[in-house]
Write a protein that binds this ligand. Structure first.
Ligand code: AVJ
Length: 325
């Protein structure tokens, strides 16, 4: 049985420290990973069901098609290592794959996430539903260097990074992350990555500024969280949600726009806003296929396959370590 010490969060800078760092810069920022407290996770799940948010449903349809092919091409008993795994919905497409003899393709699953409670619930569910599967959760930021549990060392490794979460990283960080995954997974591995593709702003903007206002609540929830966890006194309604397409950087930016001159206190600091000033809360990069391929190749991977939907909105990349068969 995996032990619970593996679920203790790695030492990380506190929420308040991260917020102060971002809010004292010229362009105020907050790190996107702060979105995902319990309420933020709930709001994000609602986002994935919005008519305008094409990403999740497009990726799920692709996964249904691609999972059997990816599983069939694995050379033997494997472990699935998922980066940023707050639930097993997507991994399940792979974990349920069976080999010719009816045995499961995956002997083990290593979900990596900062949400400890979510990891524990996932492990409990999987124990009931797939008792033969060994689940070794790792409580960590997916960008941290992780050490795979010794218990999976003999298995072929399939890395999995769905959801276009990779779009939250700036391109230099993407390269560093891909290289680190290459080092963690080693040469007996493959890496399946979900990437949202560059497309017209008329499709992108509504996906990040939906008619029902769920994304606006998701964005403002950052302030609610800071009020609770960082001794702040934001008036969330004093900030408007804004989504902008930055074509030069090929990214959607989310901002919170101060609706008036105002002063906010946070963990003993004073933060001043003028009317119209913004807090930059998220980048969501959208990749041209050749651009993503270039980043992956520069990080020691080779494109083994790429699948996309008919409208070419979203892509799944299967990467092989460069320089091996
Ligand atoms: C979870 C990072 C993939 O960028 O589309 C959704 C987060 N932000 N709506 C994305 C998000 C606003 C999402 N990722």
């Amino acid at each position: 049985m995996p032990d619970d010490t593996a679920l203790m969060p790695a030492a990380s800078r506190s929420v308040a420290d991260a917020a102060i760092l971002g809010l004292t810069r010229q362009q105020k920022t907050l790190p996107a990973k702060l979105f995902y407290d319990e309420e933020g996770c709930r709001l994000f799940r609602l986002i994935t069901e919005l008519p305008e948010y094409y990403l999740t449903r497009t990726e799920l349809a692709l996964l249904a098609e691609v999972a059997p092919r990816v599983a069939a091409a694995l050379p033997g008993a494997a472990v699935l290592v998922e980066y940023g795994a707050s639930d097993e919905t997507k991994a399940d497409f792979l974990l349920r794959e069976r080999d010719g003899a009816g045995g499961s393709v995956f002997a083990a699953y290593v979900p990596i996430d900062m949400a400890v409670a979510a990891l524990q619930q996932m492990r409990a569910r999987l124990r009931r539903q797939q008792p033969q599967l060994r689940v070794h959760p790792l409580a960590a930021d997916f960008t941290d260097a992780v050490v795979l549990p010794a218990a999976v060392s003999g298995l072929y490794r399939l890395g999995f990074f769905p959801g276009s979460t990779i779009g939250n990283l700036d391109p230099p960080d993407v390269q560093g992350f891909l290289r680190q995954v290459r080092d963690t997974l080693g040469s007996a591995s493959r890496f399946l990555v979900g990437v949202d593709l560059r497309k017209d702003a008329s499709v992108l903007i509504p996906a990040y500024d939906d008619a029902a206002g769920v994304t606006a609540s998701f964005n403002r929830n950052l302030l609610v969280r800071l009020n609770r966890e960082a001794r702040a006194d934001f008036d969330p309604e004093g900030f408007a949600h804004r989504a902008v397409w930055n074509d030069r950087e090929s990214r959607i930016e989310m901002h919170l726009v101060s609706q008036r001159d105002q002063v906010v206190h946070l963990a003993g600091h004073i933060v001043r806003f003028v009317r119209g000033e913004t807090i930059h809360t998220e980048n969501s990069y959208k990749y041209a296929p050749e651009r993503f391929a270039a980043l992956a190749e520069a990080a020691g991977w080779r494109i083994a396959a790429m699948w996309t939907d008919p409208a070419r909105r979203f892509a799944l990349y299967l990467l092989d370590p460069a320089g091996e068969g």
